[in-house]
Ligand binder design. Structure first.
Ligand code: MEV
Length: 434
């Protein structure tokens, strides 16, 4: 990638942005032409076949975050999101983090977990033993239920059992949950796992004497984890009246608050998910699955906590770390159907699932850094209001150059509301007519 073409990206016109991605080698000529002709919409036929009762498409803006250096590789990251300032904050954070060497990532194995959950198991301990003794046979039957994943090098690997006992004192009976650990290769794997669970359920019933109540994957993908770390030189943190050391310590303290206060933790983690979801959506992945799993992971200690940790190292630099369960896929679902998702994968140079996990967790860490840094220094409203002013200008009916002109006047106005934006626009149009 030749990043020289990407400098001052935000200042370029829409067409220049697309052209510079092409010149930098991020997208091909074909992708450039598709972007120029705006032909990334789902066509009616595809939409109609994707969901029931289809009537139209719902568009989100898609942009790119710049300056990412992940495991020494420079990357441009596609993001689809309606919230102003997320992509700007992401690029800004990636630049500062890049000055400290960028993100270093690790990933666990990629195994999804399927659950067959049984009720009416009379002898729970005998059932557990029977399942454990039959592990190999269960694995084989699961693989027989979905042979193509075995051909692709994946498949069921092992089995474990959990006794689910009431911890609420509300008279819930005991259930038994049989977990099958499955390598789904490049797929997120919901269909693979669910087919396997439905396939083995009668055998599990035989082994346990119980009745299968649920046969489905868990979105709590604790065996599909990705971790990003970064080290930010303390002098790079200096901003306004705050020294680098002050900013560093305030970021550490703000994260301590989010570690012990669930009210703050939810918002802190929402900031992480601003980045994570935007990449998940752009790459055609199931953001509900990721959201559900991530928030369960944030509660793994028994209390909902910050997903990131920030500390300082011996040099006094700021050290960040984020681990997330990321059961994403690079094949299946809408990934190979949706034209914009296909473009997002092309922008990332068609990463394998493990690499996409590394990218997403890095974006989450960057987004958290950007948000908390702003919160503990100048506050986020200053940056937000600039973009909010543009949204108001558009809502007021401004088009083309008028959007920025209205926004600039609005930013300096005492009242930053729609009525004021409309008045400013009318004045500008009047001047234009004169
Ligand atoms: C806004 O979308 C996200 C933040 O609220 C995150 C945070 O508070 O850390 C700014």
């Amino acid at each position: 990638m030749d990043t020289t073409h990407l400098s001052k990206f935000y200042k370029k016109s829409h067409i220049e942005k697309i052209d510079s991605l092409f010149l930098a080698g991020v997208i091909s000529k074909k992708e450039k032409d598709r972007l120029m002709s705006q032909s990334l919409e789902l066509d009616v036929d595809t939409g109609n076949n994707m969901i029931e009762n289809y009537i139209s498409n719902y568009s989100l803006p898609m942009g790119v975050a710049l300056n990412y250096v992940i495991d020494k590789e420079e990357l441009v990251v596609p993001m689809a999101i309606e919230e102003p300032s997320v992509i700007a904050a992401s690029s800004f954070a990636a630049k500062i983090i890049g000055s400290g060497g960028g993100f270093k990532t690790t990933v666990s194995q990629r195994q999804m977990i399927g659950q067959v959950t049984l009720k009416n198991v009379d002898d729970i301990h005998a059932a557990v033993k029977n399942v454990e003794d039959a592990e190999q046979a269960i694995v084989e039957r699961a693989n027989e239920a979905y042979p193509s994943i075995v051909k692709r090098g994946g498949g069921a690997r092992s089995v474990s059992v959990r006794i689910l006992e009431d911890d609420t004192d509300s008279g819930i009976p005991t259930f038994l949950s049989v977990h099958v650990h499955i390598d789904t290769q490049e797929a997120m794997g919901a269909n693979i796992v669910n087919t396997m669970m439905e396939g083995i359920a009668p055998y599990i019933e035989e082994l346990t004497g119980g009745k299968a109540l649920l046969r489905i994957l868990t979105n709590y993908a604790t065996e599909c984890l990705a971790t990003a770390t970064c080290e930010i030189p303390v002098h790079k943190l200096k901003t306004g009246e705050f020294s680098g050391e002050e900013v560093r310590d305030r970021i550490i303290e703000a994260t301590q608050v989010a570690t012990i206060d669930p009210y703050r933790a939810v918002t802190h983690n929402k900031g992480i998910m601003n980045g994570v979801d935007a990449v998940i959506v752009a790459t055609g992945n199931d953001w509900r699955a990721i959201e559900a799993g991530v928030h369960a992971y944030a509660s793994r200690s028994g209390q909902y906590r910050s997903l990131t940790t920030w500390s300082k190292n011996d040099k006094g630099d700021l050290v960040g770390k984020l681990t997330l369960p990321l059961p994403i896929g690079t094949v299946g679902g809408s990934i190979s159907i949706h034209p914009a998702a296909k473009l997002a994968h092309a922008i990332l140079n068609h990463p394998k699932a493990h690499k996409l996990e590394r990218i997403i967790v890095s974006v989450g860490l960057a987004q958290n850094f950007a948000a908390v840094r702003a919160l503990v220094t100048e506050g986020i409203q200053k940056g937000h209001m600039g973009l909010h002013a543009r949204s108001l200008a558009i809502s007021a009916g401004a088009k083309g150059d008028h959007v920025q002109q209205v926004a600039d006047i609005l930013k300096k106005s005492k009242h930053k509301n729609l009525q004021r934006a409309k008045n400013i626009l009318l004045n500008l149009l009047d001047e234009f007519d004169r």
